[in-house]
Write a protein of this length. Structure first.
Length: 263
């Protein structure tokens, strides 16, 4: 997506449904008209569309997606297509059936986008060099919540969704119910390595498709098919053969092996 749109000028922004998680800012079309997109990068689960005068912050929620259509090949708008961001050569269309996503503007005059309230408290990027066991150990001190819930919260480490949290904790041999503060440096190092490995495997597999998720080119992610514990309650553990269990933590399902994952 970035390679297709970077350096291109915005021709028009059309908002068909402004009621996302937060309302799409009024006047956003005028703010972006004629401006050149410098690059698209990411912080946690937020896409950052960088222009010379500010950053368009996009979150896809649980069911959102951007689709890129070349000019002249744009399909008819569907009921869940809420925003069209038109460039001179292509159109980026935001689709979000549940409208849990967001599209917000952070002007350059407001300072570094990393200080935006949605980004300021985000944890470490797990695939960058600075993330290791020591950093995870420091981030979990004093945290009484379970390690599974701390991973999902995003203020210790970002990008570890529900599937990847279950898979990483299994790979590290850590009980998902364990209070985060009880993890020592050794187990934090093991967990950090497992997170990096699981996310790397997920990227290679194109992510995880549950229900209606697909990638920007419409392809379905295959990682869920390779999961060792997620969604496999009642099946034999691939390591010890005991049944995989399912529990609910913070309204999210957790899958684990009681024998392989110890407190």
């Amino acid at each position: 997506m970035s390679a297709v749109l970077t350096g291109r000028p915005v021709r028009a922004l059309r908002v068909y449904e402004p009621r996302l998680r937060w309302p799409v800012p009024r006047g956003l079309a005028a703010t972006l008209a004629g401006r050149h997109l410098q690059q698209i990068d990411r912080r946690g689960k937020y896409l950052l569309w960088r222009f010379e005068h500010g950053v368009l912050i996009s979150h896809l929620g649980m069911t959102g997606s951007w689709r890129i259509h070349p000019v002249g090949q744009v399909p008819d708008r569907g009921p869940h297509d809420h925003v069209d961001l038109g460039f001179d050569t292509a159109l980026a269309r935001l689709t979000d059936p549940r409208r849990f996503g967001a599209l917000l503007w952070h002007g350059a005059a407001q300072g570094d986008v990393e200080r935006h309230p949605l980004l300021a408290s985000l944890g470490a990027e797990p695939l960058e060099p600075g993330f290791d066991g020591a950093r995870l150990f420091h981030a979990t001190r004093g945290r009484s919540a379970s390690i599974k819930q701390v991973l999902l919260a995003g203020n210790a480490v970002v990008g570890v969704g529900n599937i990847y949290a279950s898979e990483s904790l299994f790979a590290a041999g850590i009980d998902p119910r364990l209070p985060a503060r009880r993890l020592g440096l050794t187990r934090c190092a093991r967990l950090a390595a497992a997170i990096r490995r699981v996310l790397g495997e997920a990227i290679e597999a194109g992510g995880s498709t549950l229900r209606d998720y697909t990638s920007a080119d419409g392809a379905q992610g295959q990682y869920a098919l390779r999961a060792r514990v997620y969604g496999r309650d009642g099946s034999d553990c691939p390591v010890c053969g005991r049944p995989i269990r399912r529990i609910i933590q913070g309204q999210r399902a957790t899958y684990w092996c009681a024998r392989c994952q110890r407190r």
